[in-house]
Design a protein around this ligand. Sequence first.
Ligand SMILES: [Zn+2]
Length: 426
Amino acid sequence: MVAMKKLLISATLFFTVGSLCAQTGVGRVLMLRPDAFPPTQETVSGKALTMATTVEEMASWDRYPTYETYLAMMQRWAIDYPGLCTIDTIGTSVQGRLILAAHIMGSNAYQQVRPQFFYSSTIHGDEVTGYVMMLRLIDTLLSSYGTSQRLTELVNTTDIYINPLANPDGTYYHGNHTVQGSRRYNADGIDLNRNYPDPFGGSAKNLPQENEAMIDYVSAHQFRLSANLHGGAEVMNYPWDCFTSIQNPHPAASWWKEVCQRFVDTARAISNSHFRDVNTSGVIAGGDWYVIHGGRQDYMNYYHNCLEVTMEISSVKTLSTTQLCEYWRFLSPSLINYIAEIHTAPLLGVDEVVSQQEPMLDIRPNPTGDMVWFSCPTKGGVELYDAQGRRLQLLPQGTQSVSLAGLPQGVYLLRSGSATAKVIKR
Ligand SMILES: [Zn+2]
């Protein structure tokens, strides 16, 4: 019965390409104040990087907002849609810029527990296509509420959080007035997407300020499904990033492949030339493309049991403003459908074995190359599971160590009674 209900919800939440384009194709006029300043036009290598210095200038969605315009847009949505949108401050950057999220909540009439969804973009400051896509997505969800049955239902059944700009110091590296000269790193020269706690390294030391704030924010929520938007390629990069799929496939790998392929196919049905610069499918397991450590995707999957994917959405990192509307045209149905995927998302294997609330086994060393020693807080045996939740060994009562020799590199779970610990085999 529950499964049937889930299916019904998900079926009504998905869009056909045609219907969504009809709903979102019109550039909505956002706001109001007459413009006191002419638009700032800048070019890099012949590329237009036109800036909007007022909220009104964003109405046609073919500009990047100045930092002040971005703040004004977020504030305006909270004012224009009370009860539907609030703005959360996730934290501040090294240079004191705000890291914000729009929280979009449906009607009180639907007060069942709603799964929490999170979009975040532009952790690499020069990968700005997703920044504008996220702003336009916020505007579309809010302005369609009550008029589009499907979007209204999506907002009523899902707790949606959207952080358009995770690295404002990188994006506005040359000043709040321009994205020209934006860069990948934060103001301290740190790559934020290499400095999250990692399944291999345990808790990262000297966390960048932006990541510390983001960790506090996601720790205060229970995000079930999320995505981190990048540029520089067009491919759906699903977890893990720190393992190859042969070393350690993600427990939900088959679901990820389906979801990512739906995203790509829906976009290609509108504009067939996209998502082709990495491989033919447009979908790849992160570690099979290239292995990284300290990425946010793996942090979210590993530490929060949140299904996060990395969306590489434009081959050009700092897209010309003349192309922003075209990217919205072919990406927006996929971006909206991806939110609805939360209603079909599986539980992670590890999550099915045991919840995170239970007491921890004290184990060491972790990560390990082979042996793991533990002090057992409860009586009874110790069980060893793989990341898919399959029990590999049952060790008798009194056992104080287990050998992982012969097992592939990856994440494992030890359980004794209600106490658990994740252990990493290097
Ligand atoms: Zn990136």
